[in-house]
Design a protein around this ligand. Structure first.
Ligand SMILES: NC(=O)c1ccc[n+]([C@@H]2O[C@H](COP(=O)([O-])OP(=O)(O)OC[C@H]3O[C@@H](n4cnc5c(N)ncnc54)[C@H](O)[C@@H]3O)[C@@H](O)[C@H]2O)c1
Length: 469
C-alpha cells in the first residue's frame, strides 16, 4: 500500500506544513541498484586514541573503491590512505566544517577512559550535520566483555547508548550502527562495511552488529557483485510477500534457489520460480513428513548452502479468547517446522560447510504484542533457536542468524486498520514502513560469505522501531 503521507511530506507545501506543525518528516530512502558503487560520495574517517582498526579499515575502503577524508582526530589517515593508493585529504582545517559526506566512520576501539570519549563527541558534534540524505554513521568498537579493563568495557558499552541516541537524532534517512569487532576478526570488516555503508541497509538503524571469528573460509575471491554465486539455498514461503522478495534478491546476488510454499500457493510459486530459474517445491512445512522430504531433496541435489526460514503465519487473538488450534497452527509453522527442518538437514549432513541459515523473527517476538501471544512466542522462540544453535553451527563451519523485521509494507500490514497502521509506520526513526526488499537485503547479507563473522545474532530491520528498542 503506497505511503501517501511520505509523498505529501516531500512536496513543497507538505515539507512547509510538516515543519510548521512539528510532524514527522519521512525521507525517501535510497535503495540498492546493481552495478552502482557501494556508496556515492566520500567517507569521513575519525578515530579516538589507541585506535586499532585503521589498517583493516584502509584495506577495506580501498577494496571498495571508496574515497575518504580525514577528520582532525586522525590526520595520519591521509598518509595511510595515500600509501594504499587512495586519494584522501583533510576534511576541515580549524573549526569550519568541511564538505558534505556520504558517511562517517569512527574507530572507537581504543576509547578506554571515560574522558577519551570526548574525541568521539567532538567528531560527531562537528560532522553529523554534514552527512547527506540517506547517509551512514558507523562506530567501530570492541565487544565490552573481552576488554582488558573495567573502564575500557564501560566506555565500549556506553557507545551503545550514544549510537542509539544519534540514530534517533540523525533523521533525513540516515542510518547509524555500532559494529563490535572481536580481536582477530578483522577479515570480516569489509563484508560488514559493504552492507552497512551501502543502500542495502536502508531500513537497518540503531543496531549493534557483532563480528566474531569467521565461521567459514575467508573470502579473498568473493565476487562482490554476485556474493552468492555457486550457492544453493532453500527459501520457504517464497510465493509472495517478503519471501518472494528474498528469492529475488538472492537470485540477483547469484544464488541457485529452491522455492517452497504450500500446495494452495502453487500457481504463484511456479511463476516466481520460473522467473528466477529456481526449482519449485509445493509442500506444507508443518506436515510431519516435511522435514525428511526436504532433507531427501537436499541430498538429491548434492547438498545445500543454506536455508531461509521465511514461511510464517498469524492467527491473532488475545490469549483468553484464543482457541487451542490457533496456538498450535502458529507454533507448528513458525517455530516447530524450522527446528525440525534444521534437525533433519543436519542429521542427514545435507548442509555443506559454510552453510548459512536465516530465520525470519519479528519485533513482536522482541517486544511482545497484545493479541499475538502465539506469534510472539514463535518469533521469540526463533531468537532462542539461533542463539542456542550458534555454537553447534560454528563447530560445523556454518552460521545461523535471525532477521527481525519491524513494520514492513506488505499485504499483511495493508490489512491493519488505518489509525493503527499509521502509528505503526511512523513509530521509528525513519518515520516510515520498510519495504520487503529491505528485509531481503539483510537476509541476503547474512546468507552470504560477506557475513562470515556474524553468528547467533538477531538483526532488526525496523528503522529503529520504538517497540522493544
Ligand atoms: N510483513 C511484516 O511486516 C512482517 C513483520 C515481521 C515479520 N514478518 C515475518 O516475515 C515472514 C514473511 O511475511 P510476509 O508478510 O511476507 O507474509 P505472507 O503471509 O505474505 O507470506 C508468507 C508465506 O509463507 C507461506 N506459508 C505459510 N504457511 C506455510 C506452510 N505451512 N508451509 C509452507 N509455506 C507456508 C505462505 O503461503 C506465504 O506464501 C513471516 O515469517 C512473517 O512472520 C513479517
Amino acid at each position: 500500500m503506497p505511503d501517501s503521507y511520505l509523498s505529501f511530506a516531500n512536496s513543497r507545501f507538505g515539507a512547509f506544513l510538516t515543519s510548521k506543525l512539528g510532524l514527522p518528516r519521512p525521507y525517501p530512502l535510497q535503495r540498492f541498484r546493481s552495478h552502482k558503487p557501494v556508496l556515492e560520495g566520500e567517507v569521513l574517517i575519525g578515530a579516538g586514541p589507541q585506535h586499532a582498526l585503521l589498517h583493516p579499515l584502509v584495506s577495506a575502503v580501498s577494496s571498495m573503491n571508496v574515497n575518504t577524508l580525514a577528520h582532525d582526530s586522525v590526520p595520519q589517515w591521509v598518509a595511510l590512505a595515500n600509501s594504499a593508493g587512495m586519494m584522501s585529504g583533510r576534511w576541515s582545517v580549524g573549526d569550519a566544517p568541511g564538505t558534505r559526506v556520504a558517511a562517517l566512520v569512527f574507530d572507537a576501539t581504543g576509547l578506554s577512559r571515560v574522558e577519551e570519549a570526548e574525541s568521539l563527541f567532538r567528531f560527531l558534534h562537528q560532522s553529523l550535520r554534514s552527512v547527506r540524505l540517506s547517509g551512514r554513521v558507523l562506530l567501530l568498537s570492541r565487544p565490552p566483555e573481552v576488554c582488558d579493563s573495567a573502564e575500557h568495557a564501560t566506555v565500549q558499552r556506553a557507545l551503545e547508548g550514544l549510537m542509539r541516541s544519534v540514530a534517533k537524532e540523525a533523521r533525513r534517512g540516515i542510518a547509524v550502527q555500532l559494529v563490535q569487532l572481536a580481536e582477530g576478526a578483522e577479515s570480516t570488516l569489509e563484508g560488514a562495511l559493504r552492507f552497512l555503508l551501502s543502500p542495502r541497509s536502508a531500513y537497518v538503524s540503531g543496531q549493534v552488529i557483532r563480528l566474531g571469528m569467521p565461521q567459514a573460509q575467508a573470502f579473498p575471491d568473493l565476487d562482490w557483485q554476485r556474493p552468492l554465486a555457486g550457492r544453493t539455498l532453500l527459501v520457504t514461503g517464497a510465493s509472495r510477500g517478503i519471501g518472494e522478495s528474498i528469492a529475488e534478491v538472492l537470485a540477483r546476488d547469484g544464488a541457485q534457489l529452491v522455492c517452497l510454499d504450500v500446495p494452495q500457493a502453487e500457481p504463484a510459486l511456479t511463476k516466481v520460480a520460473a522467473r528466477l530459474g529456481a526449482r519449485a517445491v509445493s509442500l506444507d512445512i508443518a506436515e510431519p513428513q516435511a522435514p525428511s522430504a526436504i532433507a531427501d531433496l537436499a541430498l538429491e541435489m548434492g547438498g545445500w548452502d543454506g536455508v531461509i526460514h521465511n514461511a510464517g503465519i498469524t492467527r491473532d487473538r488475545t490469549i483468553a479468547r484464543m482457541r487451542p488450534e490457533r496456538w498450535q497452527q502458529v507454533v507448528a509453522v513458525n517455530l516447530q517446522a524450522p527446528i525440525r527442518i534444521n534437525e533433519a538437514l543436519l542429521n542427514a549432513q545435507a548442509l555443506k560447510s559454510g552453510a548459512t541459515v536465516v530465520c525470519l523473527s519479528s519485533i513482536s517476538g522482541i517486544a511482545g504484542n497484545a493479541g499475538q501471544g502465539n506469534y510472539a512466542f514463535s518469533k521469540a522462540g526463533l531468537i532462542g533457536l539461533v542463539q542456542g544453535q550458534a555454537q553447534a553451527f560454528a563447530q560445523r563451519s556454518m552460521t545461523i542468524n535471525a532477521v527481525a523485521p519491524g513494520f514492513i509494507e506488505t499485504t499483511m500490514t495493508a490489512a491493519i486498520p488505518f489509525a493503527i497502521r499509521e502509528a505503526g509506520r511512523r513509530m521509528n526513526s525513519m518515520s516510515q514502513g520498510g519495504q520487503p526488499v529491505d528485509v531481503a537485503e539483510a537476509v541476503a547479507w547474512l546468507a552470504s560469505p560477506a557475513a562470515a563473522g556474524v553468528n547467533g545474532q538477531v538483526l532488526r530491520v525496523c528503522g529503529q522501531n520504538l517497540l522493544g528498542a
